[in-house]
Design a protein around this ligand. Structure first.
Ligand code: ZN
Length: 269
């Protein structure tokens, strides 16, 4: 599945266990271009983005949009704004976070670029102000960290919220998407299958958490140990966050209660 001609990306040089090969920074449009996410403010990174703009005939960067406020997505936004003169936008729940934004956007807002427009989809879960951007012309979804090229998104409470995350994924299933361009990792051609796989993965984890509770495991550490067998030390904390996020979802649903540091099944069905 090829990317449409008016979309290019430059992957920032910030590889890591969470960022995979680095953050994908997208440039979208003809002549007047929108940039989605800027990870690093170093000249070499900004050069990389601007080269992509020029390579597709872009004349100017009109706007910079952010999928969310984690530093691997917004760390270079102010630097690119300064260098290019572009207007920087941020989700309205995060207004003032960077201290140099020019405009705010909210769910279902339309943001124009040369040759089309992006629909803002507020998709909390990974981060409460997280947004995906949908381009209906080519049915492309810029998914930020909601859906990754491989692996799964990190849901880290309290700002990360599993209930919201699953609702965001369900909502995305309602869009006609032919291509997902993620914040990390390679593009995804089979969009619907990927989103369903993501939902099924979380529901399978939830079942495992419930099963661990039934077997008398009742702390985050104990449950994580039972479910994530042989997880690398580097990912241990991430696994615990995930278990915590599932437990909090179950509490909201009245299925689990918390007593001190222990989690107990409230009603089993
Ligand atoms: Zn990220």
């Amino acid at each position: 599945m090829a990317t449409p001609n008016h979309i290019r990306h430059y992957t920032a040089n910030n590889p890591g266990i969470m960022t995979l090969k680095g953050t994908n920074q997208y440039v979208v449009g003809k002549e007047s271009v929108v940039v989605i996410d800027v990870a690093l403010g170093e000249d070499s990174n900004l050069d990389g983005i601007i080269e992509q703009v020029e390579a597709m005939g872009g004349k100017r960067i009109e706007k910079i949009l952010l999928t969310h406020i984690h530093s691997d997505h917004c760390g270079g936004a102010l630097a690119l704004r300064k260098r290019s003169g572009a207007k920087l936008g941020i989700h309205r729940s995060r207004a003032g976070y960077l201290g140099g934004e020019d405009f705010q956007y909210g769910d279902n807002d339309r943001i124009a670029f040369g040759g089309g427009e992006l629909q803002v989809l507020h998709t909390p879960g990974h981060e409460s102000g997280h947004c995906c951007f949908y381009e209906s012309g080519d049915r492309v979804l810029f998914s930020g960290d909601n859906i990754l090229g491989y692996g799964t998104a990190v849901i880290r409470p309290p700002d990360g919220n599993m209930t919201d995350y699953l609702q965001s994924l369900e909502r995305l299933l309602g869009f006609n998407i032919s291509l997902i361009l993620p914040g990390h990792g390679p593009l995804i051609g089979k969009a619907e299958a990927k989103i369903k796989e993501y939902i099924e993965h979380r529901m399978a984890r939830e079942k495992q958490v419930l099963d661990a509770l039934r077997r008398g495991r009742n702390t985050i550490g104990d449950i994580t140990e039972m479910i994530y067998v042989g997880v690398s030390p580097a990912l241990q904390r991430v696994a615990e966050f995930s278990v915590q996020a599932h437990l909090e979802k179950l509490i909201r649903e009245g299925r689990v209660k918390r007593e001190g540091g222990r989690y107990l099944l409230f009603k089993d069905d």
